[in-house]
Ligand binder design. Structure first.
Ligand SMILES: C=C1C[C@]23C[C@@]1(O)CC[C@H]2[C@@]12CC[C@H](O)[C@@](C)(C(=O)O1)[C@H]2[C@@H]3C(=O)O
Ligand SMILES: O=C(O)CCC(=O)C(=O)O
Ligand SMILES: [Fe+2]
Length: 355
């Protein structure tokens, strides 16, 4: 495992975000992946084995779609939650400086959805299917190594959930248009300008220096606001344009160096519940302050709607009592979609939570 040192002005401490080389020996991988999930809820992987052809085909399809006139793109929207969306995120008033395509990650729905997205639906759906299938396999390998790293006897306890034909996994392509400092690119409503100079907690309408987490006159625009992903695991790949940041346990935003050859892996809320809080879903956001367009593709690995999410017995003990009540993925998803992006949804499922 290579640790990328990043210096934060506030703490003056080097923060190491793990980069894990998947070509290393398996027992080492199990250990370092599990450690990264515990300490950061996040890591990057290199030498992942997914071919550049599979990646570039879907990337080109995304770029081709986003380059089309708005009236063409709107034929694939509004998101329900699936389809084409622009600036509106979810159903509860969240906004971001981006446009996106969100779809269910199964071949049948991808084929149907492709008809409203592309003039060559077969080419589009083949590209998306090949990519989601490759990334699903990668997610399964990671989940199996995590089970091994946690010394859980059933190595496929997590991966079986996303291998299931009824898995509710989804796929998203985000496109952040370039936005120059001191220039608000779309909808001059100031909704997404932020400032972290007081408490490192972004608030609409304030300014923020996103590199140093401190007072500055540099304007930065939020592309996709702070949140954790509700699913088990997210696999993200971006172009070489920066913007992604993760929130460290000591409350600092850490910029993740963009690298189109690596994947970023995020622990989601459902994984936090299944590991009884041993792993914590990582809060993250994407800034849209680059002069270059940023594109990212996320595979959100989720269980079937009727799957029961409950801490695995191996991680529950007298010292670590069960933190969450059992819930189905469907129940959690309904709750997630009734809330705002930045809400801490999993807290509602804590055992001591009083409604
Ligand atoms: C505001 C929202 C957008 C979101 C659904 C939600 O109500 C809260 C969770 C959001 C999120 C974050 C991760 C993924 O991008 C996403 C697809 C998901 O499953 O949960 C989005 C949802 C969305 O954009 O529809
Ligand atoms: O686009 C990105 O870099 C992050 C987007 C994200 O976190 C999401 O879509 O859930
Ligand atoms: Fe996310």
């Amino acid at each position: 495992m290579v640790v990328v040192p990043l210096r934060s002005k506030k703490s003056r401490a080097a923060v190491g975000v793990p980069v894990i080389d998947l070509s290393l020996e398996r027992s080492k991988l199990c250990e370092s992946i599990t450690k990264a999930c515990q300490e950061f809820g996040f890591f990057q992987v290199e030498n992942h084995g997914i071919s550049s052809d599979i990646i570039s085909r879907v990337e080109m399809e995304g770029l081709d779609f986003f380059s089309k006139p708005a009236c063409h793109k709107q034929r694939a929207g509004p998101p329900s939650p699936f389809g084409y969306g622009c600036k509106n995120i979810g159903f509860n008033g969240d906004k971001g400086d981006l446009e996106y395509l969100l779809m269910e990650a199964n071949p049948h729905s991808i084929a149907e959805r492709s008809k409203s997205i592309s003039t060559d639906p077969t080419k589009f759906s083949c590209a998306v299917n090949d990519y989601t299938e490759a990334v699903r396999k990668l997610a399964c390998e990671i989940l199996e190594m995590v089970a091994e790293g946690l010394w859980v006897p059933d190595k496929s306890i997590f991966s079986d959930l996303i291998k299931d034909v009824n898995s509710d996994s989804c796929f998203r392509i985000n496109h952040y248009p370039p936005s120059l400092n001191d220039h608000i690119s779309i909808d001059d409503d100031n909704n997404n300008w932020i400032n972290n100079n007081i408490d490192n907690n972004p608030k609409p309408g304030q300014l923020f220096d996103n590199i140093n987490n401190n007072h500055s006159t540099t304007k930065t625009r939020i592309g996709f606001g702070e949140h954790s992903d509700p699913q088990i695991l997210t696999i993200l790949r971006s172009n070489n344009v920066g913007g992604l940041q993760i929130l460290s346990r000591d409350g600092l935003w850490i910029p993740i160096p963009p690298d189109s050859d690596k994947f970023c892996v995020f622990v989601g809320d459902a994984f936090q519940a299944m590991t009884n809080g041993r792993f914590v879903s990582v809060r993250h956001r994407a800034m849209a302050n680059s002069v270059k367009p940023r594109t990212s593709m996320m595979y959100f690995a989720a269980p079937p709607l009727n799957a029961c999410i409950t801490p695995i017995p191996q991680l529950v003990s007298i010292e670590n009592p069960c933190m969450y009540r059992p819930f189905t993925w469907g129940e959690f998803k309904t709750t997630a979609y009734s809330l705002r992006l930045a809400d801490h949804r999993l807290d509602l499922f804590k055992k001591q939570h009083i409604v």
